[in-house]
Structures are given as structure tokens and as C-alpha cells.
Design a protein around this ligand. Structure first.
Ligand SMILES: *Cc1c(COP(=O)(O)O)cnc(C)c1O
Length: 424
């Protein structure tokens, strides 16, 4: 399978190379040169296949045969889909796809596990150094996903005091090939350090740097799988005819993977993009103008993205046609207040505990679903991960105690030099 650069279609690479490179040149993103379509008989029969068979079949079409053998891909899929992704019926044609049963309790586990194992296969000769900045969730998923993967060392930069204790614990307690570095500053400072490192040609060469952020194809593509697995479950219940997916969105990787699944032939009727106050995409759907802006902090902080990275991929999937994008994706935006109110009222009426991201997804789904349709919103994280917000809505929610004393000691990277020495 050939992957091309969204900024320069002459740059054509294999899946393997796209994974190693991460970002394409000129800040472009890799996309499959042509979108493979699945046999309609296969989709009609999807409930007869195991989740691992579905994962293998879909990923085989997406990555082609030139980068991984059947045995390698089977093993990677098996290790990626190693936890359940159940669709839970909440009544009134509302369902939740729970993507938080993985090791770090958020959907990013799927992409991180797939990517880490691909990189492990692709880099046999020399050690690779994965460098990633995080505001919380990415770091914990990457730490867990890459833990123990041979030939790959991971350095995670996180802003001191700005991630939850639970996230900090997940990132910094593993040790071995995973190193968490606490940075005096904000997420943007962490990101700036990482970008600076990637721009430094000498450093890149010396340490064979690689990124693990959500723009990497090997993280993005496997996210298409849980739309297939959700469809299978809905089909088994006879409810798959008019499926609408609502996706709480930040960088728009998750929803891009869903759009890709549909393009491959999965019969999803349409999508809803749920934004918090970071409403760049919502504004785009209203006006047709793409105007990225600085992010603002909200309760659903994994979606605090003012310049969603995957927008160019959405444009590519729709051939830049705004009318088609608008037909396929509705968009909504919700405030912190609205999010909390929903978490509170939904718990009183159903006993279901929403995390703030899922709550935004549910709000958008309820606002948009028509009578004939069946809705599925994605619960992207376990409420436990955002318990400090959850207790504002549900005061008796049990808080989990995390003993940070067990973590390895952090190093502080407060300037570039210290940082470079750090990863060496
Ligand atoms: C990363 C994340 C999101 C946003 O997903 P994108 O693919 O960036 O749109 C939503 N919810 C949670 C809990 C996340 O960790």
C-alpha cells in the first residue's frame, strides 16, 4: 500500500516508512493513496468473524502486504485488541461504545499498542527513541503501549502539576524503556521542546528520533477497527440500519478513523463531531472557514485543541468538498456548565457515570438524532481518569488513591540543553 503526503502527492512511501517518519515533509500528513474497499459480502457476514479476524482483515487492506507478514500482523492485532470494546444500550436508542477497558483506561490504548508493535518490528537494526509531549492521556497510553517493546526507548514530556495524579502515575511508574520527564511549564512548552528536537538534524540522526503522536498513521488507522467492532455488535442486535456515531473530538483522529471505516464500506449513516469550548471545527461547519486558534482549558481537557491536526486528512477523504463534509458530519459545541449538568442529570436518571468527554459526545448525539436513527456515542475515557471533574457532578463518586511515592524520580527538563542530555 502506498501512502502519500497531503502536502505533496509526489512524496510516496510504504506503510513502514510512513510509520517511521511520523510526519511527512512540509508538515504534511500521510494518507493511503487510495482507500481500499471491503467486499460487501464480508461486511454482511461480519458477525461470523471474531474480533481478531476482523482486525486482521481490515488492517491488511489498509496497510497492504509490503510492510508486515501475515504472522506479524496477526500477532500485532491480537495484542492490540486485547480488551473489550462493548456497546452498551442506555435506552431511548442511545448506545455507548466504551473504549476505556484498555490498560490506561482511554481509547488511545488501541493506537498506541498498534503503533508500538509496528515500530518494534520495523526497527531491528538500531535503537529508536520515541519522543512525545503530552497533556495526560497520550503519555499514559504511549507509556503502557511501548512498555517492554524491544529496541524502542520512550521519553515522555509532561507539564509539571498539570496532569492528574493517576495519569502521572501511569506514565512514571513503569520504568525500564519508559522515561517520564517533568517540565516546568505548560503542554505547549513540552510540545515546543519536542518540535525543536525534531528540527535538530544532528540530534535526530544520533538518537534516531521518532514521534508517537496522533498524526502517526500507525496510531490513526487501527482506530478504524472499533467502528467495525461496534457495527458488528449492533448488527447482532438487529440495529445497524441507520447508525449515527457521535465522537468527542480534539485532534479529530478518532472521527477521521470512523470516516475512513465508512469509506471502506462500513454502513454508517453519518457522524456527529462533539466539541467542547475549543470549537474550531464547529465554526468551520457553520461558516466554511478554517480558523485555528489557541486552545482554552476545559473539563474535557483531552479535547482542548484549537488547531486540530487531522483536518487535512478529512479534507483529503472528502476531496476538499465542503458540501459533502457538511452532509456527512454535524458539529456541536458545549460549555463546561453544560457538560457537568449532563453528567449530573444522566447519573440521576440512569445511574450511568459519564466522563466529561463522553458527556460532550452524548449531548451532541441527543441534540442530533432523528426518530428513525440509532445512536452510538464514544466514551473515550473511564470516569476514573477524570475523577476530579466527575466528583463535581457526582459528589459520592469514589476517588481512587494513587501512591505517587512508588514512581521513579522525575527529571526536570527546564531548558533545551538539559533536555538533550536527558534523552541521551
Ligand atoms: C485524545 C482524546 C480525545 C480526542 O480524540 P481525537 O482523536 O484527538 O479527536 C477525546 N477523549 C479522550 C479521553 C482522549 O484521550
Amino acid at each position: 500500500m502506498i501512502y502519500i503526503n497531503t502536502k505533496d502527492s509526489n512524496e510516496q512511501v510504504s506503510f513502514r516508512q510512513a510509520t517511521i517518519n511520523g510526519l511527512a515533509s512540509q508538515g504534511g500528513l500521510y494518507v493511503p493513496k487510495s482507500i481500499p474497499t471491503l467486499d460487501s459480502d464480508w461486511i454482511q457476514n461480519i458477525e461470523n468473524y471474531s474480533d481478531h479476524e476482523i482486525g486482521f482483515h481490515v488492517m491488511r487492506q489498509l496497510i497492504g502486504t509490503d510492510s508486515l507478514s501475515d504472522d506479524q500482523l496477526r500477532k500485532i492485532v491480537k495484542e492490540t485488541l486485547s480488551f473489550d470494546t462493548p456497546v452498551v444500550d442506555l435506552g431511548h436508542k442511545i448506545n455507548v461504545l466504551e473504549l476505556f477497558h484498555g490498560p490506561t483506561l482511554a481509547f488511545k490504548d488501541v493506537g498506541a499498542r498498534f503503533m508500538s508493535r509496528c515500530l518494534g518490528q520495523f526497527n531491528n537494526e538500531e535503537e529508536v527513541n520515541v519522543l512525545v509531549a503530552t497533556s495526560g492521556d497520550t503519555g499514559s497510553a504511549v507509556a503502557s503501549g511501548f512498555f517492554g517493546v524491544e529496541g524502542v526507548k520512550v521519553t515522555i514530556l509532561f507539564p509539571k502539576g498539570k496532569v492528574s495524579p493517576f495519569q502521572e502515575y501511569q506514565m512514571s511508574s513503569l520504568g525500564h524503556n519508559i522515561k517520564a520527564v517533568e517540565v516546568e511549564g505548560t503542554f505547549d512548552d513540552c510540545q515546543a521542546l519536542v518540535k525543536q528536537a525534531f528540527r535538530d538534524k544532528e540530534l535526530n540522526k544520533k538518537y534516531s528520533l521518532s514521534s508517537a503522536n496522533s498524526i502517526n498513521v500507525a496510531r490513526l488507522l487501527p482506530q478504524a477497527l472499533y467502528y467495525f467492532l461496534a457495527y458488528k455488535q449492533m448488527k447482532q442486535r438487529g440495529l445497524s440500519d441507520e447508525l449515527v456515531f457521535s465522537v468527542p473530538s480534539g485532534n479529530f483522529g478518532n472521527i477521521t478513523a470512523g470516516l475512513l471505516a465508512k469509506k471502506m464500506g462500513l454502513p454508517i449513516k453519518r457522524f456527529v463531531a462533539a466539541n467542547n469550548a475549543n470549537d474550531t471545527f464547529y465554526q468551520y461547519i457553520q461558516s466554511g472557514e478554517w480558523q485555528p486558534k489557541p486552545s482554552v482549558q476545559t473539563y474535557s481537557n483531552a479535547m482542548d485543541v484549537g488547531a486540530p491536526n487531522n483536518f487535512d486528512r478529512i479534507l483529503y477523504l472528502f476531496d476538499n468538498n465542503f458540501t459533502d463534509i457538511r452532509r456527512e458530519i454535524k458539529a456541536y459545541t458545549y460549555s463546561n456548565e453544560e457538560t457537568l449538568t449532563k453528567m449530573k442529570s444522566y447519573y440521576s436518571s440512569t445511574d450511568y457515570v459519564l466522563d466529561p468527554h463522553g458527556a460532550v459526545g452524548l449531548l451532541a448525539l441527543e441534540a442530533d438524532l432523528s426518530l428513525s436513527e440509532v445512536g452510538v456515542f464514544l466514551a473515550t475515557a473511564h470516569p476514573k481518569k477524570f475523577e476530579s471533574v466527575v466528583v463535581k457532578a457526582i459528589p459520592d463518586y469514589p476517588i481512587q488513591q494513587v501512591d505517587l511515592g512508588e514512581c521513579q524520580k522525575f527529571e526536570i527538563a527546564d531548558d533545551y540543553i538539559a533536555f538533550v542530555n536527558e534523552i541521551g
